[in-house]
Design a binder for this molecule. Structure first.
Ligand code: SF4
Ligand code: SF4
Length: 362
């Protein structure tokens, strides 16, 4: 049986405020059954507060609708993320007055309120779960969908795996990135690999050691192909370990909640090439799609990716000078990594299934 994904698209048939996406969102929440689960619960709503001058994080009107819904159904809620105070959410309109609930630092003001869970995947050993999220009765994972340099796609999984944990856990997950290795003994320092990279992903440091920024690297292999001595080769893991690490971290956070006490909402508007943590806003890659929600993590991620179609690409959303790949999902063509791999990892770890059916909410 396919899992239900509630979906409100952008289409409208009359000039009425009732057809605006936040109103459809209200109706979607009513339909989802979420209201029956909230009475007397402390509800953590995980968002991304954004940073600097970026303006495409979740608009406050959607968050206000959600906070009101939780309160109307007998719950207490707060919005949360990491580094809240230093990223000034009030600059993007996120205040208690505008949202109807406070915006709190998930690991406390000093970032030290954490619960450590052990994991064992290569160099990834610790998931330090943010204290306020760990202590909540219920989690609503409210994500703005966009691209991501390290894993191609940033949605519900990324919102948890990178946002509900400590710096140490983020570092350990990033430590799984990879795909290329360099053999110092074979390198003649001709720098052909640097000229061949049109993603500014590789460099030689002060000590003439070669390094790759895997956030920017699309694994296009141009560097590898131009190298006259075979000094650059592919590793076995490629970027797959990072995708698995994200899924494993997500599972560890979600295991802190009773079954049925986590709900997922993906907002598919302003879908940009990079994550909101960059503090910048670029043109959308595709026209706005709408809003989805589900009780099934793999299903909502799969449905979100399927709706971001290559055929609808707005070329202005792609940085000037970047060469897109010629196969796979739009995000794979842009970032060189298969975004569906995240979903395979979710299924492997028992976090839902990719088969979904839409229940449309107008
Ligand atoms: S694989 Fe492509 S993007 Fe990555 S460092 Fe080499 S040339 Fe640059
Ligand atoms: S192309 Fe190969 S030999 Fe030349 S600098 Fe790069 S790694 Fe070294």
């Amino acid at each position: 049986m396919a899992s239900v994904v509630y979906f409100s698209n952008m289409a409208y048939s009359a000039y009425e405020s009732d057809q605006t996406l936040p109103r459809k969102f209200q109706r979607q929440l009513e339909k989802s059954g979420l209201g029956d689960k909230l009475k007397d619960k402390n509800v953590a709503i995980k968002i991304h507060v954004g940073s600097e001058i970026g303006y495409t994080t979740i608009p406050p009107v959607f968050m206000r609708v959600l906070a009101q819904f939780v309160k109307d159904h007998g719950g207490n809620c707060f919005f949360t993320d990491h580094y809240v105070a230093s990223r000034h959410p009030e600059h993007r309109g996120y205040t208690q007055e505008s949202l109807g609930a406070p915006v709190l630092d998930a690991s406390g003001h000093l970032g030290k309120y954490l619960y450590t869970k052990d994991v064992n995947f290569k160099s990834f050993k610790h998931v330090d779960v943010a204290g306020l999220i760990h202590d909540a009765d219920f989690l609503i994972d409210f994500s703005h969908v966009k691209g991501h340099g390290c894993c191609a796609y940033g949605g519900a999984v990324k919102n948890i795996a990178m946002g509900c944990v400590s710096d140490r856990t983020r570092r350990e997950q990033h430590g799984l990135e990879g795909g290329l290795k360099w053999d110092k003994d074979k390198c003649t320092h001709c720098k052909a690999c640097i000229s061949a990279c049109n993603h500014q992903a590789n460099k030689f440091d002060d000590k003439d050691e070669y390094s790759v920024d895997f956030h920017n690297c699309t694994l296009c292999q141009h560097c590898l192909k131009v190298c006259p001595t075979g000094a650059i080769t592919l590793t076995d893991s490629s970027y797959r370990d990072f995708q698995y690490g994200l899924a494993l971290c997500t599972k560890t956070v979600l295991d802190c909640f009773q079954p049925g006490n986590v709900f997922f909402i993906n907002l598919l508007i302003n879908i940009t090439a990079m994550c909101d943590c960059w503090g910048m806003t670029t043109p959308s890659l595709v026209p706005d799609i709408g809003l989805m929600s589900s009780w099934d993590l793999a299903a909502i991620e799969s449905a979100s990716l399927d709706e971001i179609k290559w055929e609808r690409l707005n070329p202005e959303g792609v940085p000037t000078g970047i060469t897109m790949g010629d196969k796979g999902h739009l995000f794979e063509r842009l970032h060189g990594k298969d975004p569906y791999l995240q979903i395979k990892c979710l299924e492997e770890l028992g976090m839902g299934r990719k088969e979904y059916q839409f229940e449309m909410v107008k």
